[in-house]
Ligand binder design. Structure first.
Ligand code: HEC
Ligand code: HEC
Ligand code: HEC
Ligand code: HEC
Ligand code: HEC
Ligand code: HEC
Ligand code: HEC
Ligand code: HEC
Length: 434
């Protein structure tokens, strides 16, 4: 850190000497010729935010992060937009642990999805929609270049997702609300689940001063970023699948069905496809029992700060067995729709590799050809992406309502709908055939 500070100090001093020599006006803090002086007028809110930061206190200023190539309103595009490596210069430890965690895969895993390439750029590189939340992870030079070529200049830094610029506050990032913007909504309502369950409601009571300062309350950070680490990873992850397959025969068979619908196994031969390598390269699934167990053990250790180990283990094992039950329902639903493909009742969309449901096309089932969306595929996708997620995520986040009404109950309802619709489709197919 010292070296970098020194370098910038030197440049600043050199610049001052230059200005002193050639304009004979001393450089004042509010001079419009300085970053702060001019931005105090052009973007006062930003400067105010920086002024309350630890950075301002420690003389880490605009130039340290943005360089000094831009000095007037006309050449603003010369200002450097700092990526994570700029923070790394002074915060090696946080950078390194962030780089090892799942957040570092946010951008890459988004772009690994076939759907990404048929959706509007505004919802990807533009930083809304998928790209609004998946702007997590250190971008490669190639990824940055692609973004620039499409005309998008911002979204170059993920550290400011939890420590918002320009106050870059530690306290803000320790607040569970720092996770809310992304961990909410359709397929991962962790915010809603946590905040309305026992752990979260106690946090709010404590915030309001109705519980003593020392009362024990777990936040997202307590369980997922313990002891200041920036490396995050859970045992099951988002997809709720892992390798090797479970020992239970039925569960293993259901898993195979799900992996086919994820396009990871060839539905005809059962052999792994290229997608398996893709998914493991972005750490989407734990590929060994040990890797899974390591994360589980860490979590139980965290729970054990406040609960008995047996209690915690029992709670998490219930999550595992709900996942198994959810997989049974999902596999049945997939098989019904897969039969419709097999019998030619649903046509294989061109963008699909196989005549089989493909979850990685998300709501764009049909591969982006909006005219070809099949309604039963949409119901199946929702059963997977919304209701199966809620069933096990709700169990793990100790939320009664999400686990049952928004999760399990909706899964069983979805299976019923799929059974009825498949029947209708078959009848209609028979009628129109003759
Ligand atoms: C004379 C006034 C002035 C000075 C001096 C100045 N800026 Fe700016 N800067 C501006 C204005 C005005 C804009 C906004 C241009 C626009 O609206 O697109 C801007 C934009 C920026 C941007 C955003 C660029 C973007 O792509 O949106 C950054 C970052 C920035 N300035 C940093 C700095 C730093 C660092 C310094 C000192 C090295 C500095 N500025 C000095 C006036 C100034
Ligand atoms: C600790 C590093 C750091 C410091 C110090 C810093 N910035 Fe920034 N600034 C950033 C980051 C990170 C971004 C976001 C870049 C992106 O998303 O592409 C940013 C973005 C900007 C932008 C463009 C986005 C917007 O919201 O308009 C402007 C303008 C800007 N900074 C001005 C300043 C000024 C003026 C100062 C000094 C008062 C300053 N910055 C100090 C890190 C810093
Ligand atoms: C030139 C060195 C330097 C750079 C570059 C820098 N920082 Fe800092 N940062 C510091 C210093 C010094 C402190 C105060 C001492 C400390 O807490 O480590 C600090 C403190 C912080 C804190 C803790 C604030 C608090 O409330 O306690 C955060 C968070 C932070 N920086 C984030 C960032 C991010 C994100 C970037 C990149 C956009 C960045 N820093 C770039 C030097 C730097
Ligand atoms: C509201 C924020 C948000 C939006 C919008 C969003 N995601 Fe996500 N996405 C997340 C979060 C948070 C996770 C991790 C969730 C979890 O593990 O429960 C995630 C997980 C994923 C994963 C799994 C990554 C892994 O390693 O397990 C993929 C793939 C993905 N999203 C793709 C997309 C695509 C494609 C879109 C747009 C169609 C999208 N996301 C929209 C926040 C978002
Ligand atoms: C997912 C949210 C999140 C992201 C993204 C994030 N941080 Fe943090 N950061 C935290 C939390 C939470 C803390 C407080 C840890 C604690 O309680 O000790 C923290 C603390 C810090 C601190 C203060 C350390 C100390 O103890 O004084 C620095 C510096 C920091 N982060 C830098 C970074 C940098 C650099 C990046 C990007 C590589 C980054 N953070 C990205 C959540 C985040
Ligand atoms: C009391 C501890 C605890 C708290 C508090 C907590 N979680 Fe979790 N979280 C878990 C457990 C346990 C799992 C499942 C781990 C596994 O796969 O074995 C999990 C899983 C996750 C996952 C992966 C997908 C899933 O939902 O199963 C994400 C993402 C996540 N949590 C985010 C959050 C966010 C964001 C918050 C705060 C709003 C939060 N968690 C609060 C314990 C916690
Ligand atoms: C800007 C959006 C954003 C914010 C803010 C954010 N996350 Fe995430 N988080 C994501 C995305 C996107 C992923 C999935 C990354 C991937 O593709 O692998 C993710 C993944 C995770 C995972 C890994 C789940 C798994 O698959 O094992 C955990 C745990 C997590 N986040 C916790 C947190 C916590 C705790 C906070 C707040 C301190 C937070 N996140 C803030 C977007 C965000
Ligand atoms: C920082 C302390 C803390 C941590 C860590 C923590 N809890 Fe809790 N938990 C509490 C408190 C306090 C309560 C409310 C009193 C009680 O029921 O024990 C609670 C309640 C619960 C409940 C009962 C919920 C209800 O609706 O009655 C379950 C189940 C639970 N926790 C599971 C877990 C699991 C699993 C973990 C780890 C993934 C965990 N907790 C981590 C403090 C914690």
């Amino acid at each position: 850190m010292k070296r970098k500070l020194w370098k910038n100090r030197f440049l600043l001093v050199a610049a001052n000497v230059f200005i002193l020599t050639f304009t004979v006006t001393p450089l004042l803090a509010d001079d419009v010729d300085t970053c702060v002086g001019c931005h105090e007028k052009s973007t006062p809110g930003q400067v105010a935010d920086w002024r309350v930061s630890k950075h301002a206190e420690e003389d880490v200023s605009c130039v340290d992060c943005h360089g000094d190539s831009h000095m007037s309103a006309e050449d603003a595009r010369l200002a450097q937009l700092p990526d994570e490596h700029v923070c790394q210069d002074c915060h090696e430890e946080q950078f390194d642990s962030f780089a090892k965690g799942k957040h570092n895969f946010g951008w890459t895993s988004l772009n690994a999805m076939p759907i990404t390439h048929v959706e509007p750029d505004e919802l990807m590189e533009g930083g809304r929609g998928c790209g609004g939340c998946h702007n997590m992870g250190i971008k490669t030079e190639a990824q940055k270049k692609e973004q620039l070529e499409k005309g998008y200049r911002y979204q170059t830094n993920s550290c400011d997702e939890c420590h918002t610029r320009h106050s870059f506050s530690k306290k803000e990032a320790q607040d569970p609300r720092a996770c809310q913007q992304c961990h909410m909504g359709y397929d991962h309502p962790q915010w809603e689940m946590w905040s309305s369950a026992k752990h979260g409601t106690r946090w709010f009571a404590k915030e309001a001063g109705r519980l003593p300062e020392g009362a024990a309350v777990p936040t997202c950070q307590t369980c997922h970023l313990p002891n200041g680490t920036h490396e995050n990873r859970t045992a099951w992850g988002f997809l709720g699948v892992r390798l090797p397959l479970p020992e239970d025969k039925q569960w293993a068979a259901d898993r195979v069905t799900i992996l086919k619908a994820l396009g990871v196994l060839n539905p005809d031969t059962g052999e792994p496809t290229d997608r398996l390598a893709l998914i493991t390269s972005v750490d989407m699934v734990r590929t060994t029992e040990e890797a899974w167990q390591t994360e589980r053990d860490k979590m139980i250790k965290t729970c054990s700060q406040c609960h008995s180990e047996t209690y915690a283990t029992t709670q998490l094992e219930m999550g595992d067995s709900m996942l198994q039950k959810a997989d049974r329902v999902l596999a049945q639903a997939i098989e019904i729709v897969a039969e419709l493909y097999k019998d030619g009742i649903i046509e294989k969309p061109e963008a699909y590799a196989f005549a089989y449901p493909d979850f990685l096309h998300f709501m764009q089932t049909g591969g982006g050809d909006i005219g070809k969306l099949s309604s039963i595929d949409q119901t199946l996708f929702e059963l997977y992406m919304k209701h199966r997620m809620r069933t096990y995520q709700g169990q793990f986040h100790v939320n009664p309502d999400y686990a049952y009404w928004y999760g399990w109950a909706m899964m069983t309802q979805g299976l019923g709908k799929i059974q009825a619709e498949a029947k209708k489709m078959r009848t209609l197919h028979e009628l129109t055939k003759n």
